[in-house]
Design a protein around this ligand. Sequence first.
Ligand code: SF4
Length: 316
Amino acid sequence: MLNILRASRRTGRVTESYPERSGVEAAFRGRPWIDPARCNAAGACADVCPSGAITLTHLALPVSRWQLDLARCVFCGLCEEACPHGAIKMTNGFELASRTREDLIVGVTHGPTGAGGSGQTATPTEEEEVERGAVPRRMAMAPQPAGSSDPAGQPLGRDRLNARIRGLLQRSLHVRHMAAGSDNSTDWEISALLNPIYDVQRLGIDFVASPRHADLLLVTGAVTRHLEPALMATYEAMPAPRLVVAAGDEACGGGVLEGSYAVAGGVDRCLPVDVYVPGDPPHPQALIQGLLVALGRLEPKIRRTELTARPVETNE
Ligand code: SF4
């Protein structure tokens, strides 16, 4: 017993102070970053990409489009190794939660007048420079997800975030996790949210066993045909307003299983998805960011539900 107490004292406090970061995440590999000025659209990166995340399309010669689907990228780094011009750099930018599937697709178009990007600017912004490691990441520059910042854009600390969730729901945000045919990698990261390091309960977020008590459905996996009815039944059992978050590449768009007869190919083929959290698997901080982006979508939904539930006034 004494040894356990000594060990805990030596370890100290391990919980991350969200939204500030401890710096440990700098070791985590995130999205690839492309320098349009160096890319000549030769396609060596697309040839080695194991998940088909990179596509090179020749539009009308000499115009071609290089495209990266972040919902398929497994952050393996092979494209960086394969590029002979050093146009691709792996970054530690892993907080990629998005409200739409389209926002996860970034691209560069090559034409006679040079290269230009969409979803990623041709001239790297300061934030992109930070992401690819050209300058050190500073806490103040980390993008704040909608729902975790105040109207002035200032990040909400733990207590204010907690207060905001309680103000919206009068209690914690209740999350029901459902694995719809996943490989368990994302599910392991989700279970890490409850450990002492990420400890989402301090932010006012809790996991529940029954969909009837849940505000948010957190789905992993490409949705196998076998589990599709269970997913629909779980969603139907949730009270309105309800949110759906697709966690991991497979849930966002099928990942490497896309096109298989055995899967639907992503949660949005079955349910309306509010937030996509790509990654294979996503970092626990990326999952927290996804939950907070979803929180930003909850307020208008609550207002809509209240309006719909309001009794119709009659003159009787
Ligand atoms: S890091 Fe992503 S885009 Fe690059 S090769 Fe790997 S899976 Fe493909």
